[in-house]
Design a binder for this molecule. Sequence first.
Ligand code: KG4
Ligand code: ZN
Length: 482
Amino acid sequence: MLRFLLVLLMFFRSPPSLGFRFVVSPCASLISPPVRSLLPSSNPKFRSDSLLRLYSSSADTPPPAPVSSDNINNDDDESRRTQNKNANKNSKQNRRDNIGKAKAVDRGQYQNRYVHRPNNPLSGLPDTSKPFTVLGIETSCDDTGVAVVESTGKILGESIASQAGIHENFGGIVPGLAKEAHAANIQATIADALDKAGMDVRDVDAIAVTVGPGLEICLRVGCEAAKTLAIAHSKPFVGVHHLEAHILMSRLNSSLEFPFLSLLVSGGHCQLLRCDGIGSYEVIGGTLDDSLGEAYDKVARMLNLPVGGGGGPAVEALAKNGDPSVVKLPIPMQHRKDCDFSFAGLKNAFRMAVNKMKEIRGLEEGGDLAEQDKADLAASFQNVAIKHLEQRLKLAISNTKRDTPAIDKLVVVGGVAANKAIRESLSNICEANEWDFFVPEARLCTDNGVMAAWAGIEKINCNISDVPTTQEVFARYPFSNN
Ligand code: KG4
Ligand code: ZN
């Protein structure tokens, strides 16, 4: 509550261009957003069953049922010992059962379940009978992204405050610093995006914000800002799932219709998903350990490349000048006949290859390799990473042809989808299989405000919105049906 008040305070001191001129209490009685029925539409993109779980107010979420303690006699040591023994046995068994499977979060083990309240008077929708505009805010990780997008797909204004310089020296994202930078930049980024769109916040028709998954303290900065704006200006409000927003970017200004297969490759995730509609996704493969973006970032660090804002682009640039046949690295999980991924083994093999190369060149462990050696190493890593993606994708396509022949399209999304070599190789696989291939424009693959705004538009088009007064953020926020 205190944090919310502080954010409110921060905004009331904001420049007049954002329109924060009145002190508005978040009290429900002061809010009168345009209310429209949230009944399921006839839109084929609408999947009521999964939406029930995903898209209603998080405040309506009943807390998980507590484990009943009725039958536990706390005074009875023997009974407690037996209880503990059984619990240990169960958790060991659980761990054993899960060895060799994709990460729990990728299997949807932490699935949130919501109760749908279609007629909640606090949620609202803009008039969708004509083009409408959405202000989108994205602060799930290390960049503050804001954009104003029209429902036609036109990007009206866009602004991004990069934190690349802040985290560079730490070799990874420092959550506390990321949060501080978001808090410091959010107002100016919102003002800049609106300014570029030639609009005032009062002119936009709705506000969308990423509410998970991501760094909780970072998500909260964007979410509180969006809630404050929505409440202060009585705007419809939409909470957006970051991964869904990545996937939906492939539908911005494209002819892509559901259903399709999606390969999501970002800094935090590596998943193959069957996408049946807005809010309806099934994970068919996940990573057992690292994501591909993480592997690129670690490789960049091992080669002493710039890693601020992600090491992927530096590795890709270097790999162009390298020979992938110079260093032999193993292709992960070649003999597994499923669609899961693994990058930890490749990362270790890469570390050993770097050390070996240093040994051959007579360098100390901290010494820096020559540019050509680095380029050969980068090319070998990228080559094997792509082979791994190709193998899993070929399997996924052949399974899909057998089980779901209606699907004949692939989308590749997430930060790593900006990689040209990956785009080309996956596009070739689609061509060989007579599948259509979709990938967002490279600059829109990495995190940005457009994705939050566009996902908001897609949800609004399915008559979905959320309640700003009670919206929460979720560090873990799986969205699959399985
Ligand atoms: O989607 P994203 O911006 O953030 C997350 O949601 O995680 O993805 C960031 C990841 C980073 O690991 C970054 O190194 C990687 O995407 N990345 C790339 C490229 N551009 C960004 N990886 C390989 N090649 C690129 N060109
Ligand atoms: Zn992302």
